[in-house]
Design a protein around this ligand. Structure first.
Ligand code: C2E
Ligand code: CA
Ligand code: CA
Ligand code: CA
Length: 275
């Protein structure tokens, strides 16, 4: 196994290195995880830059493994994409997020990440519609996040899927904006209502004038295209101020709130929470 300094992931590295047989073991682990309800969804608040109120929550999946503890999606999503289990996991996350959204104030949207594999599934949009109908969540309260790299995989299919989602009343956000290769053509051709500026730009906002210029230019461009913007990965007060001044209407990051279990979420504005 590779030594990556992250002990509990050695299992996955080992499984990968050993080839087909262990890949099958991993697939059965993921399948079991889905059957045994080892996945859960946590929610990170996304706040209005102007008012500080919670405007949305991003659903982020976690795998509570019986022996390995909590496994990050960055570890298992790529594997689930390779063996196709992401479709089942993604359906489960979507349903859970829609149900949980019903327990949040109606002014709060829920935002769910999509994999490229999910959108290339023929029946994807139909299942989104069915999930909304089954749970009773208004389509306007659901936002789906997709990365530009997932879109350029198959642009024609992405265009069809995004148009159908928009027809349903579901909005689409372009995630990790600015780090892929084909960001600008995505903005021209696809019905996208929001861009989420990648955390890497925010990381360097206070220290790198170029990162700051690019960040401001992206926010300005989005606005002139009639799109909303979220700045993700806000960790400091300085970053929060710069992002808000650049006109990002939504802010997300550890400074504003960490991903939490639904029952631990607070929808009070900071000002209200203070008294
Ligand atoms: P993402 O969509 O870019 O999600 C944001 C990630 O940044 C989350 O990591 C979140 O916990 C983290 N984050 C938020 N604020 C901050 C901050 O201020 N500083 C730092 N350093 N990090 C912050 P997480 O939950 O580990 O998710 C990692 C990635 O896994 C996500 O990146 C997304 O691409 C993917 N993912 C998560 N849940 C799902 C899912 O249900 N389906 C799919 N397809 N992918 C998912
Ligand atoms: Ca996301
Ligand atoms: Ca992101
Ligand atoms: Ca990311």
């Amino acid at each position: 196994a590779k030594r990556n300094g992250r002990g509990k992931f050695a299992f996955f590295d080992a499984a990968e290195d050993a080839g087909v047989c262990s890949a099958r073991r991993l697939e059965s682990e993921l399948r079991r995880a889905l059957d045994e309800k080892e996945f859960r969804v946590v929610y990170q608040p996304i706040v209005s830059g102007a008012s500080g109120e919670v405007a949305a929550c991003e659903a982020l999946v976690r795998w509570q493994h019986p022996e390995l503890g909590v496994i990050s999606p960055a570890e298992f999503i790529p594997l689930a994409e390779r063996n196709g289990l992401i479709v089942g996991i993604g359906d489960w996350v979507l349903e859970q997020a829609c149900r949980d959204a019903l327990r949040m104030p109606t002014s709060v949207k829920v935002s769910v990440n999509l994999s490229r594999v999910q959108i290339s599934d023929r029946n994807f949009v139909r299942r989104v519609a069915e999930t909304l109908a089954r749970t009773g969540l208004a389509p306007e309260r659901l936002e789906l996040e997709i990365t530009e790299t997932a879109i350029i995989d198959n642009e024609r299919n992405a265009l069809r899927v995004l148009e159908e989602l928009t027809q349903l009343g579901v909005s689409v956000a372009l995630d990790d904006f600015g780090v892929g290769q084909s960001a600008f053509s995505c903005l021209r051709e696809l019905p996208i209502s929001r861009i989420k500026i990648d955390r890497s730009f925010i990381d360097d906002l206070a220290t790198d004038p170029k990162a700051r210029s690019i960040f401001v230019a992206m926010a300005t461009m989005a606005r002139s295209l009639g799109m909303k913007t979220t700045a993700e990965g806000i960790e400091t007060e300085q970053q929060r101020i710069i992002a808000a001044l650049a006109g990002c209407d939504h802010l997300q990051g550890y400074l504003l709130g960490r991903p939490e279990e639904i029952d631990s979420l607070s929808f009070d504005t900071p000002a209200l929470a203070a008294n």
